[in-house]
Design a protein around this ligand. Structure first.
Ligand code: PMP
Length: 306
């Protein structure tokens, strides 16, 4: 991973070499962090950042849910993101990772006066998955934890041990990615993306219940489809529905909109991108190209040095 040379750390933009924390930091020991993942698209001499304010809002909400006292606001997160992005020689699409952590050496998984702060780094990223073919998915034997165990809406660092386990097994078994069921056997999401099904003529997103992240891309997809007169319903999704749907899409900041070619070896649709996938990928291109009705509200555009 090749992160850009300037990062935001300890209240200022600095060279990444200056961003050092103790081996005994509470965040490193216990995953006591929360984070955001934001995509910036480089087009026509500009960087166009997708739903910056919404990501900043979700990050700040996460600090509240997790009980981390921070001295930051939505505006200061957005400001810091723009500052660090513009301080770097960005020439291609980027993934921006703002996160809240504590550098304090606290060898106990409990709040005891740790000071939390914002840090941000970014890296070049175009596609997370190979866009030339569909994903081969596996339903994981690991279950998605419920909000009764760890807040699922908070994007807390430690939660991602669950994704690490599920994706690890999927990759070792020769698949591209894992789908996770909750404790009742409902398929809730993929390891780092939400899902959407086209099933018997209806578009379905698993009910935003206690076990999945309320994805910003998923919410965007629902709005885009509704602008096109298509209704999306939020329902329980079981494994048989996933096996027998006409289209299965993954949606996420890094994943963007990707289609599944198979799940547990069962082919989905005609193995290629279906009608909804093509429609959504086209809409996202229009958004980034500044020619979609949502471009103005969803993009934060800044000129970059050539
Ligand atoms: N679920 C999980 C567990 C994720 O990590 C992500 C990626 N942030 C998503 C869903 C998709 O969310 P978003 O569209 O906000 O990136």
């Amino acid at each position: 991973m090749n992160i850009y040379p300037k990062v935001y750390f300890d209240g200022a933009v600095r060279p990444k070499e200056e961003a050092k924390i103790s081996l005994a930091s509470n965040s490193l020991q216990y995953g006591v962090t929360c984070f955001a993942g934001i995509k910036g698209y480089v087009k026509e001499g500009e960087i166009r950042i997708f739903r910056l304010q919404d990501h900043a809002k979700r990050l700040l909400t996460a600090t509240k849910i997790l009980g981390m006292e921070v001295d930051i606001t939505e505006e200061s997160i957005c400001q810091a993101v723009l500052e660090v992005v513009l301080a770097n020689p960005v020439k291609e699409n980027v993934y921006i990772r703002p996160f809240v952590f504590t550098p304090d050496e606290v060898i106990a998984p409990k709040p005891c006066g740790q000071k939390f702060q914002l840090a941000i780094y970014l890296l070049p990223m175009d596609h997370l998955y190979d866009p030339t073919r569909g994903l081969r998915l596996m339903v994981s034997s690991w279950r998605k934890f419920s909000d009764a165990a760890i807040p699922t809406k908070a994007k807390a660092g430690g939660c991602y041990i669950n994704s690490f386990l599920a994706t690890g097994d999927a990759l070792r078994a020769g698949y591209d990615e894992a789908l996770l069921m909750d404790h009742s056997g409902n398929v809730v999401e993929a390891s780092v993306a939400n899902i959407l099904l086209s099933y018997r003529g209806r578009l379905i997103v698993p009910q935003v219940g206690e076990a999945q992240l309320d994805g910003i891309t998923m919410r965007s997809v629902v709005e885009i489809l509704e602008l096109d007169g298509l209704k999306v319903s939020f329902e329980k999704v079981d494994r048989s529905m996933v096996y027998s749907c006409d289209e299965l899409l993954l949606t996420g900041t890094a994943a963007q909109v990707m289609f599944a070619e198979s799940v547990d070896g069962r082919e989905i649709g005609n193995k290629g991108p279906g009608e909804i996938c093509i429609k959504l990928q086209k809409a996202f291109l229009e958004i980034i190209n500044n020619c979609h009705p949502k471009s103005d509200t969803w993009l934060t555009n800044r000129e970059i040095k050539s």
